[in-house]
Design a protein around this ligand. Structure first.
Ligand code: IDP
Length: 139
């Protein structure tokens, strides 16, 4: 079934000029980009986006990192897009990420791990709506 999921290229990757390299891996895996833009979040926006992680010890650091520089947000579409993109990202900690994954190739550490991807179809819809209006998505 065709699904949509949210991809974020995080500040560590944008800063190292890896946006094109990450998008190449995404597109070559068969995930289609149906919306994309660059922006820099405020701390408040980052807090809202990661609200589910509020209780976790790394929450404040994560929000500070995510608004420390520009990010690229993209909506990806494909059959089983949520799982396919999660598999392509690799494990949260790059030390555990498999060969061929984005995080294995580019992540610096467990926090600065280059990419975000929605973890369920339900969260994908919420996360896409956080950044995009329907008018900004094609197809
Ligand atoms: P995910 O991005 O692989 O879905 P989550 O557990 O949802 O991983 O965590 C969200 C983000 O929080 C991670 O991508 C990473 O940037 C950061 N993070 C997760 N665990 C840690 C940690 O133990 N220390 C610092 N940052 C972390």
């Amino acid at each position: 079934m065709a699904e949509r999921t949210l991809c974020i290229i995080k500040p560590d990757a944008v800063e190292r000029n890896l946006t094109g390299a990450v998008l190449k891996m995404v597109q070559e895996s068969g995930l289609k980009v149906v919306g994309i833009k660059m922006l820099q979040m405020s701390e408040q926006q980052a807090g809202g986006f990661y609200a589910v992680h509020k209780a976790r010890p790394f929450f404040e650091d994560l929000c500070r990192f995510m608004c420390s520089g520009p990010i690229v947000v993209a909506v990806l579409e494909a059959d089983n897009a949520v799982k396919r993109y999660r598999d392509l990202m690799g494990a949260t900690n790059p030390a555990n990420a498999a060969e061929g994954t984005i995080r294995k190739a580019y992540a610096q550490n467990i926090e600065r791990n280059s990419v975000h991807g929605s973890d369920s179809l339900e969260n994908a819809a919420i996360e896409i709506a956080y950044f995009f209006s329907n008018l900004e998505l094609v197809g």
